[in-house]
Design a protein. Structure first.
Length: 276
């Protein structure tokens, strides 16, 4: 879908503050000129967050040169359209206060989710969490194997498989990965773990991004949540005090005991019971 470069200069004169084109009539090359208020974002598209500074940099370029590369859209209804590719340009065009935008209609034989994902991967790195969710959506929608999907998006099968594994992360750790607090290395070491599997200090270190992958893997090897004797001790303690309890320790014997309560009334009852 390559548009002749000459088209850009012709469009730049149209994309200022001139009147809105009400009827979209395709040119010979399939190009439409669409009022910006008739174009809507696709809520299912992979990218959820955008860098405001980069959007404004793009807006400045558009103010100077116009929007040379068209968006790709699908029909929402008779008069409105949904973005398939080009949301960054669409957002920047709003900042630049453009009235009409050049666009191409996606051919019916192409999958909009595939095109959107590929466009995002090629133009600017997606967050790994966004990319993983997009892969999962395509697999569920089209029944793709990891191998088929790797051929479609131009990524290795192992890359796709590893990314999909992070969808099994506990929501607490998934959000840390999404916010850039931990890396993919951290995430792989945390798959199958829960926040309660770590003592308070270690959990704070993980959440603040101060734990290395190596330290996390060492910590993982020290955890003993699957020790049947320990689990029996936890159950016995819980039965004795009437509250859920968790015991953790390392190879040197250092550890802690956690007791969980649900509200202030339980807290006061627990404190009095421990004092007596």
């Amino acid at each position: 879908m390559v548009v002749n470069k000459k088209l850009g200069k012709g469009l730049s004169s149209l994309l200022g503050n001139k009147g809105i084109i009400q009827n979209q009539t395709p040119e010979d090359n399939g190009l439409l000129l669409i009022p910006i208020e008739k174009i809507f974002r696709d809520e299912t598209q992979p990218r959820k967050q955008f860098d405001k500074e980069k959007i404004e940099e793009l807006a400045q370029s558009i103010r100077k040169n116009g929007l040379i590369q068209p968006l790709i859209v699908t029909k929402k209804d008779k008069d409105n359209f949904v973005l398939v590719a080009g949301e960054r340009r669409w957002r920047a065009a709003q900042n630049a206060e453009l009235k009409i935008l050049p666009a191409l209609i996606l051919p019916e034989d192409l999958d909009k989710d595939e095109i959107s994902l590929i466009e995002n991967i090629q133009r600017e790195d997606l967050k790994v969490t966004e990319e993983a969710k997009a892969y999962q959506r395509l697999i569920e929608k089209n029944g793709y194997t990891h191998e088929i999907l790797s051929n479609i998006v131009g990524k290795s099968r192992s890359h796709i498989t590893n990314l999909l594994r992070i969808l099994d992360l506990d929501s607490f750790f998934f959000e840390l990965l999404n916010n850039g607090k931990i890396s993919m290395g951290h995430a792989r070491a945390l798959i199958g773990k829960k926040p309660n599997d770590f003592d308070e200090y270690t959990l704070k270190q993980i959440a603040s991004g101060k734990t290395s992958v190596r330290d996390l893997e060492k910590n993982k090897s020290k955890t003993n949540v699957h020790d049947p004797n320990l689990m029996q001790e936890e159950r016995s303690l819980s039965d004795t005090i009437g509250f859920k309890a968790k015991i953790t320790y390392n190879k040197k014997g250092k550890g802690n005991i956690k007791i969980f309560y649900e509200n202030l009334e339980q807290y006061n009852f627990l404190i009095n019971k421990l004092k007596n």
